[in-house]
Write a protein that binds this ligand. Structure first.
Ligand SMILES: [Zn+2]
Ligand SMILES: [Zn+2]
Length: 261
C-alpha cells in the first residue's frame, strides 16, 4: 500500500484531558494539551515520540481539559503555540516565547500541513476547531461543539479522517451528578454534542472518502460506550473503520491515504 499521507492519534480524549497528534512526514502537530509535562511525555513515549519531535501546539479553546499542559509543555520543549486571540486572553498560559495568534477564519500552513481553523459554537471566548489537509488528504478534528452549523458541515465535508465528539447521553446527563445549571450548559447550543447530535452530524456531513472515523470526548460520568453505539448504530454500519477514543489510552496512529485514482 502507498505511504500514508496524513496520520492521526490521540494521547487521551475526554473531559479529563485531550491531546491529538497529527503527523505528515516530519511535521507533527499536537492539537490541545490537556495533560501536564510528565503525563504528556509518558503518553508520547507509547508512540515512540518525545516532546522534541513535535513541531507545534495548536489550541482549540481555553478550557482546562484542552490547555492544562499547553504552557508547561511549550516551555519544556520550546514549541510554538497557535491559538486565537480570544483563547489567549481567556487563560493565563504563563510565558509563551513563540505565540502565534491566528484568525478563526484564516487558513495557514505548518510544514507540509495546511491548517484551516473552524469557528464553532461552544461556551469559550473564541473557540476554533481544526481541519488539516496535505496532498489532497483531509482530516477533521471536531470536539467541544454545542451545535452543528452550516459552516461546520461545509468545513468538515469529504474528510478521509474524522475525530468527532459524542459527549453525553441525554438521559445519563439528566440522571447524573452534574447540578442543573451545568447540565443545561453541557446540553445547550454552546455546550457539547450528545450522542444523537453526533449521529445526526455524521448523517448530514459528506463522508464519501472517509477512511477512519473516531468518536471521542466521551464523558466518563454522562456517557457509556453501549449508549454511544446504540445512537450511532446506522453510522457505524455504514463505515468500516470506526474507533472510540478513550480517556486513558486515546488511540493509536491511524493512516490516511489519497483517494484519488
Ligand atoms: Zn473539552
Ligand atoms: Zn470545552
Amino acid at each position: 500500500m502507498a505511504q500514508p499521507i496524513l496520520e492521526f492519534a490521540s494521547l487521551g480524549s475526554g473531559s479529563k484531558g485531550n491531546a491529538t497528534l497529527v503527523r505528515c512526514g516530519a511535521t507533527i502537530l499536537l492539537v490541545d494539551c490537556g495533560f501536564g509535562v510528565k503525563e504528556t511525555s509518558k503518553r508520547l513515549e507509547k508512540f515512540g515520540l518525545t516532546g522534541h519531535d513535535l513541531s507545534a501546539i495548536l489550541v482549540t479553546h481555553e478550557h482546562g481539559d484542552h490547555t492544562k499542559g499547553v504552557g508547561p509543555v511549550a516551555r519544556k520543549f520550546k514549541l510554538p503555540v497557535y491559538m486565537t486571540p480570544g483563547t489567549h486572553v481567556s487563560r493565563d498560559y504563563g510565558v509563551l516565547s513563540e505565540l502565534c495568534l491566528i484568525k478563526a477564519y484564516q487558513p495557514f500552513s505548518l510544514g507540509s500541513i495546511d491548517v484551516t481553523p473552524v469557528a464553532v459554537p461552544h461556551d469559550a471566548r473564541e473557540p476554533a476547531q481544526y481541519v488539516f489537509t496535505c496532498d489532497g488528504v483531509k482530516l477533521g478534528v471536531l470536539t467541544d461543539l454545542g451545535s452543528v452549523t452550516p459552516h461546520v458541515l461545509e468545513a468538515y465535508a469529504d474528510c478521509q479522517g474524522l475525530l468527532v465528539e459524542a459527549n453525553h447521553d441525554l438521559e445519563m446527563l439528566a440522571a447524573g451528578p452534574y447540578p442543573p445549571s451545568l447540565q443545561a450548559r453541557v446540553s445547550g447550543p454552546w455546550g457539547h454534542l450528545n450522542n444523537y447530535q453526533a449521529a445526526e452530524f455524521l448523517r448530514c456531513v459528506a463522508t464519501n472518502p472517509l477512511q477512519h472515523l473516531v468518536i471521542g470526548h466521551l464523558s466518563e460520568k454522562n456517557n457509556c460506550l453501549s449508549r454511544v453505539k446504540l445512537a450511532l448504530y446506522d453510522v457505524i454500519e455504514n463505515h468500516h473503520n470506526v474507533l472510540f477514543a478513550s480517556q486513558n489510552d486515546g488511540f493509536d496512529f491511524l493512516s490516511l491515504h489519497s483517494t484519488e485514482n
